[in-house]
Write a protein that binds this ligand. Structure first.
Ligand code: BGC
Length: 735
């Protein structure tokens, strides 16, 4: 019922509530009284999955219109190339414009906490800086075409097991430093039209109802002005979700949800102003349709998918320079993956490709080729034995990794392990090419083959890209965006994944991926950032400052190639990760060419999250240039001046007083000689809070005098003005 108000149509609470719930699986409700049209959302992220009207499902089962299947994020991230990702974003935007889709549901920027997560193929990296930079490029590309992005899944959605009910139990520093920064970077730099809240709970509160996440952090701190969309089916209590900041519940229709919102407003539990703010955000989302496009250039997009696949491949091992192969020499190609590629993962992101290349055909077009599928190992082994070189394609079968469930191990299937062993024994020139979305271990066969190519899932044009790389028609340019461990037991979340009884404890805190391996000294097969080229690079002239690392890189080999220059910072604090990625740059260099790059660093590069917010860590930070997180080639030092101190109170420990530059020396002088049985008395009681020390007979009166020195020690005037300037931050609520 529309009420008349001075000639303007004023929608009722029910009409407003109705547009906060989807009209169907992929569309929003219109509200003509406010000029709000219905918009269409579709999956993402590595291609458009637009389903025909009435065919709606979000499980990847129904058919969708053909669209270019670009490499899923696990592959694409290995490019470390935001410019490439942005180009893909633009292409996706154009395909959405042709299809009339307003919002594409991506990118997925959740951190790969464990290599077991069934959806790791859809996520970029174990590192938040890399995830954020690539995600931002994706958003920039698609939104430059007028199509909205939906950054997902916000937040701490790092497993599929019990994904709709599990609570990620995670402390605030870990969230701030590891699980939120990719979202934060994208939101603050690219202003995505929407953010998708996740299914899981965070510290007991469903993400869709998490006011701290969706309002305090996302909107108030980061300045997000877009709309929060629920993951499909994530909303349990519509009014509570709306109050927390979830603007749009998908899918619809959900009449019960509309009733819930109306009742909450009528009861006074939900201020109508909150509903109006949501309506305003949905109105803004619908206000700017992308300009329609008649068609997209499928050939050009396929070529882009091929370039992207080529940049996503990581050359892990190349003993004796066996690669690249000589196109004039015959090869044996073994393994069904060469003929029937696995090029994307299962679930909501599954795309119907416009075409599909396979590697076998592409190799046949380059070099004399014989093929054996590998189902009959005898035939494959015989072929390998009589050939000069065997290229063996193995990987994870589709059912091993998918949205909806996690893996339980990191191994290739037993039959494939047997095939590798037999082929490698028959031919010492065996090259293994892998197809997998999540990381697999390379054990126990790694040392038995001279070359290993990590081919991830490469999208519809991956086949040609692999062939070109093997024969040197393309240079290997990828670098690992995640570590490859020796064993599942070595991985940092091993004891806490996937949790039990609907709780998963993020007990390893920020020590995820290389942050863990490098700190604890756990060896991995290949470290984060690793990737070989067909050429070699030298580094020199590092100049490190608070704002940048400048370094000169020279291609010292005979072929052109790409180096990914990685900048890590190592903080002077034993409780911190051994090193953290703080910047990177990709450089394409011809033989003999040298280039100097400045890789920006910012205050966060030298900071951590403490109770009061971001704080720089005083002392000498090592700024390290690495070929990977483990292979550091140059080191500089940046000094951050302190002190970073919390104000002293009577509840501070005696050690805090001893550390204080004003009070510490006075205390030590006054207690000099207070030694009992060879032990310094002050050190013995250093961990006791002053207020409790004062309860000990004898110590009380003298120590309470320290309280008189507190104003001096805390330098209150300076602290007062500093506090005025510091941004206000909300604290994470836990249950
Ligand atoms: C997935 C989302 C997806 C949505 C719509 C959900 O099951 O978690 O990533 O965008 O479905 O298909």
């Amino acid at each position: 019922m529309i009420q008349q108000n001075g000639g303007m149509d004023t929608p009722t609470v029910r009409q407003k509530a109705a547009i906060t719930v989807g009209r169907d699986v992929w569309h929003t409700e219109a509200l003509p009284a406010l000029g709000i049209r219905s918009i269409e959302l579709a999956d993402g992220p590595h291609g458009l999955r637009q389903q025909a009207a009435g065919d709606g499902d979000n499980l990847g089962i129904g058919d969708s219109v053909p669209a270019t299947c670009f490499p899923p994020a696990a592959g694409l991230a290995s490019s470390w190339n935001p410019e490439l990702v942005e180009r893909i974003g633009r292409a996706l935007g154009d395909e959405c414009r042709v299809a009339g889709v307003d919002v594409l549901l991506g990118p997925g920027v959740n951190i790969k906490r464990s290599p077991l997560c069934g959806r790791n193929f859809e996520y970029f990296s174990e590192d938040p800086l890399l995830s954020g930079r690539l995600g931002a490029a994706w958003v920039h590309g698609i939104q430059s075409r007028g199509v909205g992005a939906s950054v997902k899944h916000f937040a701490a959605n790092n497993q599929e097991t019990a994904r709709m009910t599990v609570s990620a139990d995670v402390d605030e520093a870990t969230l701030r430093e590891l699980y939120l920064p990719a979202f934060e970077h994208i939101v603050t730099t690219e202003h995505p039209r929407t953010v998708m809240c996740s299914y899981n709970r965070v510290n007991g509160i469903p993400a869709a109802e998490h006011h701290w996440l969706l309002t305090d952090v996302l909107r108030t701190e980061w300045g997000f002005t877009g709309a929060v969309v629920s993951d499909w089916g994530a909303v349990e209590h519509r009014a509570a979700a709306l109050a927390a900041g979830t603007d749009l519940e998908m899918p619809g229709p959900q009449p019960g949800s509309v009733d819930d919102v109306v009742a909450a407003v009528e009861r006074g539990d939900l201020p109508e102003g909150v509903l109006d703010a949501t309506v305003a955000r949905l109105a803004a989302l619908a206000a700017h349709p992308a300009s329609p496009l008649d068609s997209f250039d499928a050939d050009a997009h396929h070529a882009l998918a091929r370039d992207a696949a080529a940049e996503s491949i990581v050359l892990l091992r190349n003993e004796g320079g066996i690669l690249p192969l000589d196109p004039a020499r015959p090869v044996a190609v073994i393994g069904e993956f060469a003929r029937t590629p696995r090029y994307q993962g299962a679930g909501s992101s599954q795309v119907v490709p416009t075409r599909l290349d396979n590697t076998l055909d592409a190799i046949r077009a380059i070099a004399p080729t014989e093929f054996a599928g590998g189902d009959d190992p005898g035939e494959a082994v015989a072929l390998a034995a009589r050939s000069e070189t065997a290229i063996l394609f193995v990987g994870l079968p589709p059912e091993d990794e998918s949205e909806g469930y996690d893996r339980t191990h990191l191994d290739l299937p037993a039959a494939q392990l047997e095939l590798i062993s037999a082929v490698a024994a028959a031919n010492p020139r065996t090259i293994v090419v892998l197809s997998n979305g999540g990381v697999v271990t390379l054990e126990p066969w790694h040392d038995s083959v001279p070359a290993i190519v990590e081919g991830w899932l490469l999208g519809q044009a991956g086949g040609g890209a692999v062939a070109e790389l093997l024969f040197g028609l393309r240079e290997p340019r990828g670098r690992l965006a995640e570590s490859i461990p020796f064993r599942l037991q070595d991985t940092p979340a091993f004891l806490n994944f996937p949790g039990a009884n609907d709780h998963v404890l993020y007990g390893e805190r920020i020590f995820v991926g290389y942050r863990y391996y490098e700190t604890v000294g756990v060896a991995v097969r290949y470290p984060f950032g690793h990737g070989l080229s067909y050429t070699t690079f030298d580094y020199g002239d590092l100049v490190a400052s608070r704002t940048a690392a400048r370094v000169t890189v020279t291609n010292t080999g005979a072929r052109p190639g790409r180096e990914v220059v990685q900048v890590y910072v190592s903080a002077p604090d034993a409780s911190r990760p051994r090193r953290e990625l703080r910047g990177f740059a990709t450089l394409d260099l011809d033989p003999g060419e040298s280039r100097t790059v400045d890789i920006p660093l910012d205050a966060r590069s030298f900071a951590h999250w403490d109770d009061d917010g971001w704080a720089e860590i005083p002392g000498d930070h090592r700024v390290e240039i690495g070929r990977s997180s483990h292979d550091i080639v140059l080191t500089g030092v940046v000094r951050i001046r302190g002190p970073r101190r919390k104000p002293l109170t009577l509840d501070s420990r005696l050690s805090d007083f001893l550390d204080n530059p004003v009070i510490g020396p006075i205390l030590r002088a006054a207690s000099s000689g207070a030694v009992e049985g060879g032990t310094n008395l002050l050190d013995m009681v250093a961990s006791v809070p002053l207020s409790r020390l004062a309860r000990f007979p004898g110590a009380g009166r003298q120590l309470s005098r320290l309280g008189l020195l507190l104003p001096v020690a805390n330098n209150r005037v300076i602290r007062f003005f500093a506090a005025l300037l510091a941004p206000r931050r909300a604290k994470l609520r836990t249950t």
